[in-house]
Design a protein around this ligand. Structure first.
Ligand code: FRU
Length: 461
């Protein structure tokens, strides 16, 4: 079941990505990790590095559980101008200290002056303590126009985030609150805030995750688009925007210190069943890194996610076909695999439903389909393989009107995962699936009429 181009730990439990940062040609991925078991416990920051965001090398733990303090989620920055006094270009991690002997969460610092290989806990910890049991997941960034570090941090039970400012990362001043807004059914966790351009104007995105009570009931992420002025986040639109229409994309975090691109990745899982996923000796995987941008649809600005182009290096044997009509058929393709990339453009014509079947075996079938009348794109994983928990399986859909009848899908299949980028990433479905061994066939299908495959390319990865 182990994915080949998604990060998984050699062994034991992981959850959220933490401290994503680029420094001296290396991408750092830290993550919530239990080094001693495959369920949550003894949580600290595991660590891996990569030069291409795809192949990762696991390093020793960066921030292990010590002295009654688990290192919960947080972020990392490069302190280029030595504002903290830890050293020029010091890597500074800002994370939640989860105190195991009292009901308290506080924000702590640790730093590294050797490219993340060894870490020193700051003597003046905590750097922020508001005496709360639940107060966590600080994301820190440098805000150029107000010339200060900004921290966005969650108050989970209040369904709020708070902003703090600092000149040195060590002392923090309260700036503002945001929320409750959008989806408030579940607790709020793991905020992220960043700037993205659109049409010559700069906008700000505030992402915050919703634990239990998101789109499909369990964990999921939402976002708001507005402005950040150095003090507060302002938006005209408080409606709920979901990040992903599958069940398995949580705690997304974007890289800091990347100059031109905004790239994030998430924990490909859901707290509803994360402790029961049928893999061993590892448990938990990260999503593909995705590049973010904005686009406009009829209801306003939206977030687009696209797979990073670096993934093209993984392409091997390919099957292609153009201008191919199929009618009331399921057709198996002459290429198979457990690791595939599929790029397809359908011209809807008149078929009432059409799409792809992937990871097909004797008893497994996962459908990525489009239903013309309801204008719904869907992923059906009710027959995809092992169902190890009552909340795991399902059929997930989203309305996606077609432009000129054309549907473009960009799909990545990797052992136990499926990521479907719809259109040019206007919608994404991220799903875990656990098919039987050798469920490697792939099909195209049309029912209730014909569909034209304007272009199809399937690569083995
Ligand atoms: C999100 C989360 C964070 C917390 C971490 C603990 O999945 O609950 O809020 O810091 O996981 O591992």
């Amino acid at each position: 079941m182990r994915p080949t181009f998604h990060f998984t730990p050699q062994k034991n439990w992981i959850n959220d990505p933490n401290g994503l940062v680029f420094l001296a040609g290396e991408y750092h991925l830290f993550y919530q990790h239990n080094p001693l078991g495959d369920t949550p416990g003894n949580i600290g920051w595991g660590h891996a590095v990569s030069t291409d965001l795809i192949t990762w090398t696991e390093l020793p733990m960066a921030l292990p559980y010590t002295n009654g303090i688990m290192a919960f989620s947080g972020s990392a920055v490069v302190d280029t101008h030595n504002s903290s006094g830890f050293g020029a270009d010091a890597l500074v991690a800002i994370y939640t200290a989860h105190h195991t002997t009292r009901a308290l969460q506080t924000q702590h610092l640790a730093f590294s002056t050797d490219l993340g290989r060894s870490w020193t806990l700051f003597e003046g910890n905590p750097v922020l303590d508001i005496k709360k049991t639940d107060f966590r997941d600080p994301k820190v960034f440098w805000h150029t126009s107000s010339h200060q570090w900004i921290m966005v941090v969650a108050l989970p039970n209040e369904r709020m985030v708070q902003f703090y400012g600092s000149s040195n990362l060590k002392s923090w001043r309260f700036l503002s609150d945001f929320g409750p807004a959008g989806s408030v059914d579940g607790i709020w966790e793991v905020p992220d805030v960043f700037e993205l351009p659109f049409d010559g104007t700069s906008y700000w995105v505030l992402k915050v995750d919703v634990g239990f009570g998101a789109l499909h009931g369990g964990s999921g992420g939402q976002y708001f688009i507005g402005h950040f002025d150095g003090q507060r986040f302002l938006t005209d639109s408080l409606e709920t925007n979901w990040l992903d229409f599958g069940k398995d994309f949580y705690a997304a975090l974007s890289f800091s210190n990347l100059e031109k691109r905004r790239i994030w990745l998430a924990w490909m899982n859901n707290w509803q069943y994360a402790q029961a996923t049928p893999t061993t000796p590892w448990r938990g995987a990260m999503s593909l890194p995705r590049e973010l941008s904005l686009f406009r649809d009829s209801s306003g600005l939206r977030l687009r996610q696209q797979p990073i182009p670096e993934l093209e290096q993984r392409r091997g044997e390919v099957y292609t076909r153009h201008n191919w009509s199929i009618e009331n058929q399921h057709l198996e393709l002459p290429i198979r695999g457990e690791q595939l990339e599929i790029l397809v453009e359908f011209d809807a014509l008149k078929a009432s439903e059409f799409g792809l079947g992937v990871r097909i075996g004797v008893d497994s079938y996962t459908t990525i389909g489009y239903h013309l009348n309801s204008k719904q794109i869907f992923v059906d994983k009710t027959q995809s393989g092992a169902v190890f928990h009552p909340d795991f399986s399902g059929r997930h859909e989203a309305v996606f009107p077609l432009e000129q009848g054309v549907l473009r899908l960009h799909v990545f299949v990797d052992s136990c995962s499926l990521e479907v980028f719809v259109g040019s990433g206007e919608l994404v479905f991220t799903e875990l699936i656990f098919p039987e061994p050798n469920a490697e066939a792939i099909e195209v299908y049309a029912v209730g009429g014909s569909v034209e495959l304007k272009s199809l390319a399937v690569w083995r990865l």
